[in-house]
Ligand binder design. Structure first.
Ligand SMILES: Nc1ncnc2c1ncn2[C@@H]1O[C@H](COP(=O)(O)OP(=O)(O)OP(=O)(O)O)[C@@H](O)[C@H]1O
Length: 208
């Protein structure tokens, strides 16, 4: 999988958040995006996920040299972020069953084995509306990391996780990033310390 950014820029109202980004991102790499609060990390990730339009420039996606259209790219992408909502009216089991209608899980995981992997066995039949914020983060991370997609986008992955949860995340990520194109937005070193490709937002520029 390859994502090519050609002169990419985004503004909100009159303010440019970033501009002039020229970049090629390829499978087999974890790209870490750092930068101060409000520098544009989440905006950048939402643009890559196809959830926000560009103001200028072009992004192209290709899979084994075939171009993937913007309309179809969501099939190849998994995202976990604090701003993505879960369906609160469903139970944990129902959310996973719903997810499985659109995306398969890696390692042939089924509903029960997935719930074991995310450590929420006691909450199988609990409604998401009654989940704590850390439980929701575990579920979102699990769904993104274990989905069988070539692109994985993670924004502030350990927000709301306790120390046990952070250790669980570190194991999860080490087991699920191989051969994928991963983009991880973070300002917490423990979320990305084992990865080397750091890109940094500063004054509207993405520095390598
Ligand atoms: N929908 C919006 N309308 C107007 N401005 C927005 C909108 N979304 C984001 N912004 C602005 O874009 C800038 C970048 O925000 P973004 O959330 O991408 O930053 P970030 O680097 O992810 O920040 P943080 O580290 O705090 O999560 C901020 O100035 C923010 O106020």
């Amino acid at each position: 999988m390859r994502i090519t950014l050609d002169n990419v820029g985004r503004k909100f109202n009159r303010d440019w958040i970033f501009r002039n980004i020229h970049l090629t991102l390829e499978s087999g790499n974890v790209y870490v995006i750092t930068g101060p609060n409000g520098s544009g990390k989440s905006t950048f990730l939402q643009i890559l996920a196809g959830n926000l339009p560009l103001t200028e420039g072009k992004i192209s996606y290709s899979l084994q040299t075939k171009i993937v259209s913007e309309d179809n790219i969501f099939r190849h992408i998994s995202v976990a972020s604090p701003y993505l909502e879960l369906i609160e009216e469903l139970t944990l089991t129902e959310v996973i069953e719903f997810h499985l209608r659109f995306k398969q899980l890696r390692d042939n995981l089924n509903v029960n084995s997935f719930i074991e992997r995310i450590g929420l066995q006691k909450s199988k039949d609990k409604f998401i509306s009654n989940f704590s914020s850390g439980m929701k983060t575990r579920l979102k991370l699990g769904l993104a990391c274990y989905s069988d997609t070539p692109i994985l986008l993670l924004d502030e992955p350990t927000s709301n996780l306790d120390t046990t949860g952070i250790a669980w995340y570190q194991k999860l990520i080490s087991e699920t990033v191989q051969n994928r194109l991963v983009i991880l937005c973070s300002n917490q070193v423990y979320e990305y310390e084992s990865f080397g490709n750091i890109l940094h937002f500063e004054n509207g520029r993405l520095l390598q």
